[in-house]
Design a protein around this ligand. Structure first.
Ligand code: C2E
Ligand code: CA
Ligand code: CA
Ligand code: CA
Length: 273
């Protein structure tokens, strides 16, 4: 038993070392990625029932020189823990604002907005408000076309300072959306204090809305909450026509998901919408 225990420990150590060096390698790769412009943005349409495509969520991808196109699940956590998410997040903000300014010059896309994911580190960074302002002013983007997606877990610490930052940006016209709504711990009293424009129903509730009565009730409650707090409510992860119909019937008017369009490179997104 002793021997097994020992080799178990050794195996565990080897495994940990392998994990640590894989993370270190990834972090080194991420530094190169920014310098060598290996990040790309994909765009996924957001739909309003009465208006069609009204904008897109910006989703980052990493065109890795050896491993091909990587989804954020493969590198965002390491970028968070190494702090590189600050530089990456700023790049995403700047690119998105330049895209908005570009779209504003074209009749077809002038009304589109972009929803950008903001990481906890960005939101809590002392330069966050300044970074967003700079992205807007450098690009000439219209602030009201920019939506920033934050999550409930980011609101657990420093809530007063976060609210203050949100208010400063809200005054410019920037809007905030609460992403993955329902999966965190947001208390209703927070919700009232936060200058939010939108709640984004997490796709875990949408997935089973046709078969799980609990999810239907939860979605109904979120829609009612949105109405009483005067927030728009968007459902994410809508994959089928049946889910779309059900959500419409429950009173949801804004949608995002594979049923309407998968995240795609800019040229594909523009060609499709
Ligand atoms: P998220 O913000 O919840 O983004 C939605 C995710 O769901 C995206 O995954 C999207 O591709 C996927 N999705 C969209 N529609 C459907 C659908 O109908 N069905 C299913 N099954 N999935 C759908 P993706 O692109 O892999 O991004 C994963 C997460 O990575 C995002 O989750 C977001 O938290 C993070 N992320 C993406 N881009 C950025 C970024 O620029 N900055 C930061 N900080 N995080 C980002
Ligand atoms: Ca999001
Ligand atoms: Ca989400
Ligand atoms: Ca989600």
């Amino acid at each position: 038993a002793k021997e097994r225990g020992r080799s178990g420990v050794r195996f565990f150590n080897q495994q940990m070392q392998a994990d640590v060096s894989a993370r270190a390698q990834l972090a080194a790769g991420l530094r190169q990625a920014l310098l060598q412009q290996q990040f790309v943005l994909h765009f996924q349409p957001q739909i309003e029932h009465s208006a069609g495509v009204v904008g897109a969520e910006v989703l980052i991808r990493w065109q890795h020189p050896q491993r091909g196109l990587l989804a954020p699940g493969e590198f965002i956590a390491v970028a968070e823990s190494s702090g590189q998410i600050l530089a990456i997040g700023n790049w995403v903000l700047q690119q998105s604002c330049y895209q908005l300014a570009e779209w504003a010059r074209q009749l077809h896309s002038a009304h589109w907005y972009l929803a950008v994911n903001i990481s906890a580190r960005q939101l809590h960074s002392a330069s966050f408000v300044q970074d967003v302002r700079k992205a807007i002013s450098d690009s000439g983007a219209t602030p009201t076309r920019l939506v920033l997606e934050i999550t409930e877990s980011q609101l657990l610490q420093d809530i007063d300072s976060v609210i203050d930052k949100m208010l400063q940006l809200t005054r410019l016209g920037v809007r905030f959306s609460l992403d993955d709504f329902g999966t965190g711990y947001s208390s209703l009293s927070y919700l009232k204090r936060l200058p939010l424009a939108q709640l984004k129903i997490d796709r875990s509730f949408v997935r089973d809305v046709l078969t799980d009565p609990n999810d239907e009730v939860i979605i109904k409650t979120m829609l009612a909450l949105g109405q009483s707090l005067e927030l728009s409510v968007i459902a994410e992860g809508v994959e089928t026509q049946a889910q779309h119909q059900k959500l419409l019937q429950l009173g949801c008017q804004q949608f995002q998901g594979y049923h309407f369009g998968k995240p795609a490179p800019l040229t594909d997104f523009e060609a499709a919408h």
